[in-house]
Design a protein around this ligand. Structure first.
Ligand code: DP6
Length: 356
């Protein structure tokens, strides 16, 4: 099949790993075209080896876009979000075909497990390849950002920094890799507390926080400082400096959101129980620190050698429904096409729909 501009269209499949921010993105630049999705600040993350999304995109002549998530047709709003994103690719590639998109997570889609990060990073890579559009890693990151801000970081593996940029067109707003996955044996133990979906989307919660929280201006100032310090602490592999900073940054994000009108509260009693458990273990000498995203789950940061003991404590905690131990993972990549027709290679036992 070929497009108007003579570009070859084909099917392409990509995998992207989820990431967790060590310094959070929480707030967008206002007064810019909405579709650009520009963050108000930078952020810093670790890409995770165990949680990923696999997405295939095929363009065809005619018909509407078809979007399948975890083997079932995507609900209207999710399908529209994917179609709007594909329009960006179609526009850049100069093609007009409709797309068939199939996407799977190897982890249960749930609140705050960052599935939109892996989802849009995988979609960006697969859609560009299927449209015959050659883009740099930086370009893929910029594109993924327009789907979801955190997705820009999932293009890269290991430790990643999102640059906020300052140009109004967003051309200098993308992620860059700081250190590869093998740089430091850190672990994030993802303690899932529920399988319920979150009630407020990150975008809506951020908007509300930016517009109404009296703490928002301080939050913006704090993030710039935290990124500088986190970058330095990672550069020295200094967990005693990084860990407390990561926990404080997450708590500051939630405090800022809590002060919004109406308040944004993502936590459940299980969230507090895990925070208290980790605090108690720290008092006994364990070096472990928490971070929390737009949901009730808690991710615990520790060194590789401390992970088995930390995992035992978390598994014994009634607040933890499911525990996944993650190491720094790889960047997004294309997968070979053979053997993929009709099903998706590498989908885990709990293949589920992506959070688009
Ligand atoms: C708390 O990337 O989901 O996980 O750009 O509106 O799609 P949109 O937001 P999203 O927000 C992520 C928020 C966070 C912090 C982070 O990952 O940096």
């Amino acid at each position: 099949m070929s497009g108007e501009s003579g570009i070859r269209w084909k099917k392409a499949t990509a995998r992207a790993h989820s990431n967790i921010a060590l310094v959070k993105y929480w707030g967008k630049r206002e007064a810019v075209p909405k579709g650009l999705n520009l963050p108000a600040t930078g952020s810093l993350s670790m890409t995770l080896d165990r949680l990923h999304t696999t997405t295939s995109v095929a363009f065809r002549d005619g018909g509407p876009d078809e979007v399948w998530l975890g083997g079932t047709p995507a609900p209207g709003p999710a399908a529209e979000r994917v179609s709007r994103f594909l329009d960006l690719v179609r526009e850049q590639a100069g093609v007009s075909g409709s797309a068939v998109v199939r996407s799977w997570n190897n982890f249960p889609t749930a609140s705050g497990l960052a599935s939109s990060a892996s989802a849009f990073a995988a979609l960006a890579l697969a859609a560009c390849a299927a449209a015959g559009l050659e883009v740099s890693r930086e370009g893929s990151s910029r594109l993924a950002r327009m789907g979801s801000g955190s997705a820009a970081r999932s293009i890269f593996g290991g430790f990643v920094e999102m640059l906020p940029g300052s140009r109004p067109d967003g051309s200098d707003c993308y992620a860059r890799p700081l250190f590869g996955p093998d740089y430091w044996d850190l672990r994030l133990l993802v303690a899932q507390t529920t399988s319920r979906k979150k009630e407020v989307s990150s975008s809506e919660a951020m908007r509300r926080t930016a517009r109404t929280s009296p703490f928002y201006p301080s939050w913006i100032r704090l993030v710039a400082r935290d990124i500088r310090e986190a970058r330095e602490a990672i550069g020295r592999r200094d967990l005693d400096r990084l860990g407390p900073l990561v926990e404080r940054n997450a708590l500051a994000m939630h405090a800022t959101a809590l002060a919004a009108d109406p308040p944004v509260l993502f936590w459940s009693p299980a969230t507090v129980e895990i925070l208290k458990l980790v605090e108690g273990l720290r008092k006994q000498g364990m070096r472990a620190y928490c971070t929390i995203d737009a949901g009730p789950h808690v991710k615990v940061l520790c060194q590789g050698e401390a992970a088995p003991e930390m995992a035992r404590h978390l598994e014994a905690c009634p607040a933890v429904q499911r525990l996944t131990e993650c190491r720094p993972g790889p960047g997004a990549h294309l997968l070979p096409e053979q053997g993929l027709s009709g099903s998706c290679e590498g989908v885990g036992e709990s293949g589920s729909s992506t959070d688009l």
